[in-house]
Write a protein that binds this ligand. Structure first.
Ligand SMILES: Cc1ncc(COP(=O)(O)O)c(C=O)c1O
Length: 328
């Protein structure tokens, strides 16, 4: 996962499918100096049972990307449907039969010195084989960071803006140097926001709770998927509200969600066990439901998936999946 990407991978760059080694940008590119890019992260999961690769919620990801690009006056000239079709073709051209992370990035591409934003934009879409981002099967140990989350009036966290990820990098690096697996960031008001690269949910007194979208968090698509799974499959209506730091120490269950991490249980926070220190039953169910849904095993959630190798279109239009299961 941390290995350098294969230079022979095919990427979509300046309107063409080219080898990664040929996709190069100049050293004076605006976004490289000033962080003026907006990126996305999309998963494609390989399902061995049905021998299919599923692209997960590409329309929602590309809608969010285009909206966020607007914050920085970056124009992505294609609609989400076309961007999804390009991504499917990219995955096919690479012939992937494994779990994948897709990275679209739009950026200010003028090659000159000077921070002013102009209208020269470019974008690329890369896709790389990518397993588990955090080894979370046995639960993670998270640490509250000394760094605060970027404020909406500084660099909007909802924007997935390249420059804002210096904030995530500082917090994540600090956490790992201190022996934690992932950081939890507070905002300037001292409320819990999210992990360095993922959203956060807590179960407390029988209620599923996550910080609301006005608390300086990314409006996560996995967050949205998990809220739907919790409501439809487990009967939990998620409460969106402020979370105090000390609630992390007294809650019953805690987990992260995100494109890279999936649903990742947290079993210790700041050297304190979450409840009895074991993965809680609701977290375990949501993790399993999310896993199944994103591999095409749950018919009700095929609407989220686009199959890469079957005839194009939502997976729901295809024949039933061999591993199809129903959930109570
Ligand atoms: C800071 C941050 N929060 C949350 C998330 C999770 O969002 P999503 O589920 O859309 O991937 C990510 C990753 O994309 C992230 O970088």
């Amino acid at each position: 996962m941390k290995a350098e990407a294969d230079p022979n991978l095919i990427v979509y760059f300046n309107g063409q499918y080219v080898a990664l080694r040929e996709a190069r940008i100049g050293i004076l590119t605006h976004a490289l100096h000033y962080g003026t890019g907006v990126f996305e992260g999309i998963r494609a999961y390989w399902d061995e049972t049905g021998r299919e690769l599923y692209l997960v919620r590409p329309i929602e990801h590309y809608q969010r990307w285009r909206q966020n690009c607007g914050i920085l006056h970056i124009d992505v000239p294609l609609p989400p449907e076309e961007l999804s079709a390009i991504t499917l073709e990219l995955l096919r051209r690479n012939g992937f039969h494994t779990d994948i992370y897709v990275r679209p990035l739009a950026y200010k591409c003028a090659e000159r010195i000077g921070v002013a934003i102009d209208n020269q934009d470019a974008f690329f879409i890369a896709a790389v084989p990518y397993g588990e981002y955090l080894p979370s099967e046995n639960g993670l140990h998270a640490g509250v960071s000394a760094w605060r989350r970027v404020e909406d009036n500084a660099i909007p966290a909802r924007g997935k803006i390249c420059g804002a990820y210096a904030n995530s990098a500082l917090a994540g690096d600090e956490a790992r140097r201190n022996g934690f697996d992932e950081a939890i960031l507070l905002n300037e008001a001292g409320h819990v926001t999210e992990g360095a690269t993922c959203n956060l949910f807590m179960l407390r007194k029988g209620r599923l709770i996550t910080p609301s979208v006005t608390e300086n968090v990314l409006e996560g698509i996995t967050r949205d998927s998990v809220m739907e799974l919790a409501r439809r499959e487990l009967g939990f209506e998620t409460v969106e509200r402020e979370i105090d730091r000390s609630e992390l120490y007294v809650c019953d269950e805690l987990f992260f969600t995100g494109t890279a991490v999936g649903v990742a249980p947290v079993v210790r926070v700041d050297h304190r066990p979450v409840a009895n220190g074991a993965i809680g039953p609701i977290t375990r169910s949501l993790r399993q439901l999310h896993f199944q849904a994103t591999r095409g095993h749950l018919p009700a959630y095929r609407k989220w998936l686009m199959p890469v190798y079957a005839a194009s279109g939502p997976a729901g239009r295809n024949a039933p999946h061999p591993a199809e299961t129903s959930v109570a």
